[in-house]
Design a binder for this molecule. Structure first.
Ligand SMILES: Nc1ncnc2c1ncn2[C@@H]1O[C@H](COP(=O)(O)OP(=O)(O)O)[C@@H](O)[C@H]1O
Ligand SMILES: [Mg+2]
Length: 374
């Protein structure tokens, strides 16, 4: 970044500490994707802190027995600590189990390992899918945002989050397997909407862990935008080591290293989310008030990198047709080429990893991005 007197920072980098728009009613958002390691928890923690730093009242509920969000927020979550488990089972209210944090306006409901048993314990309970909805109803008036960090599964805990929420925020990692499982999630959201929660929508998609060195990352972003449209936020979260270091200190990256690219990107994502609380015709004026000029996209966004031209969808979907990059190299053939279309197969991955450039194949080979629940 070229800071200094001759190179003033662009307005999006210096996100002001002013207040962001307050929604007319509490926004209830489940951060969900049944894939592990896509950035659900990281997104929950950093958005929660960013919103609270800008004058909004935020409750973050950790609904993953692994308690990663609790770690990230730096709150106690040893077994036996009053937690989301108690609120689900009904032995305590959410207000009883929520703890204050060092960030003004931010409260957190921790998760402990006890929650792992809840999935089974709840099976025999009356209205087992709406336990969290009941618990949340009692605190709606206290908060502007209630964010629910879901576990990496589509079990009863996630269903409780989807029934309690009005919106789903879907983090998608900028990688080859990005859309894998998204079809399954959207079907589940559809099921919940039909049977249990007619209000539910996938309102927001955040692209995470963008790596400019991966030639496919831009193509993935474009693919996701093509399929999920205006729900996809303009800001893309870059892969940034500061983001992954912060939880080790029980902090969001906004506190750990506010100047880092990761922190700036998460601020920008949270601001976009907040501005979306406004009716569409008021958003542009609000962004202007916040100092964001039209077309000015935050650091880490796809707009700042040289795009990789990508073949049209029809070509990718054509059975067996090899997908080629502009330089003539074959990107995918057969099943892999078809699987790049929509909807992608849930789970398992395409069987035909044929024809990917060696560089791409080796990146995928280590499996590090696929370790569910990591
Ligand atoms: N933008 C990022 N840059 C670098 N590391 C990241 C970033 N986002 C997430 N991570 C790291 O990736 C791992 C998985 O992220 P996490 O938010 O825990 O995913 P999930 O909750 O979906 O399982 C964590 O170790 C986290 O620190
Ligand atoms: Mg998580």
């Amino acid at each position: 970044m070229t800071d200094g007197p001759d190179h003033p920072r662009p307005p999006t980098v210096a996100v002001s500490r002013g207040t962001w728009p307050r929604p007319t009613a509490a926004r209830l958002i489940a951060i969900a994707n049944q894939k592990g390691g896509v950035g659900k928890t990281t997104t929950t923690v950093n958005i929660a802190v960013a919103l609270a730093q800008h004058g909004l009242r935020v409750l973050a509920i950790d609904l993953d027995p692994q308690g990663n969000a609790s770690t990230g927020f730096g709150v106690e979550h040893r077994s036996g600590t009053p937690s989301s488990y108690d609120a689900l089972i009904g032995t305590r209210t959410l207000r009883d189990v929520a703890v204050m944090t060092s960030t003004t306006g931010l409260q957190v409901v921790p998760a402990t390992v006890d929650l792992a048993g809840a999935e089974i314990e709840l099976v025999s309970v009356v209205a087992r899918e709406s336990r969290l909805k009941r618990a949340v109803a009692t605190v709606l008036a206290d908060h502007d945002y209630i964010l629910i960090d879901c576990p990496p599964s589509l079990g009863l805990l996630t269903v409780n989050a989807l029934v309690a929420a009005r919106e789903v925020l879907l983090p998608i990692q900028c990688e080859y397997y990005a859309l894998e499982g998204v079809g399954q999630l959207t079907r589940n959201v559809e099921l919940v909407r039909t049977h249990l929660n007619p209000e539910l929508t996938i309102s927001t998609v955040v692209m995470t862990m963008y790596d400019a060195r991966t030639r496919l990352a831009d193509a993935v972003i474009r693919d996701v935008r093509e399929h999920l449209g205006s729900a996809v936020l303009d800001t893309v979260i870059p892969r940034n080591v500061r983001v992954s270091e912060a939880p080790g200190y029980g902090q969001s990256v906004l506190e750990y290293d506010p100047a880092s690219r990761g922190a700036q990107a998460y601020l920008s994502v949270a601001r976009e989310l907040a501005v979306r609380a406004l009716p569409p015709d008021e958003r542009a004026a609000e962004l202007q008030r916040l100092g964001v000029v039209d077309g000015d996209i935050a650091p880490g966004s796809a707009a700042q990198v040289v795009p990789v031209p990508w073949p049209p969808r029809e070509q990718r979907e054509a059975a067996g047709a090899p997908v080629t990059a502009p330089d003539g190299s074959v990107l995918a053939t057969g099943v892999a080429a078809r699987t790049l279309g929509w909807p992608l197969r849930a789970g398992g991955g395409p069987s035909g990893h044929l024809g990917w450039p060696a560089e791409v194949a080796s990146r995928r080979g280590d499996g590090s991005d696929r370790s569910a629940g990591a």
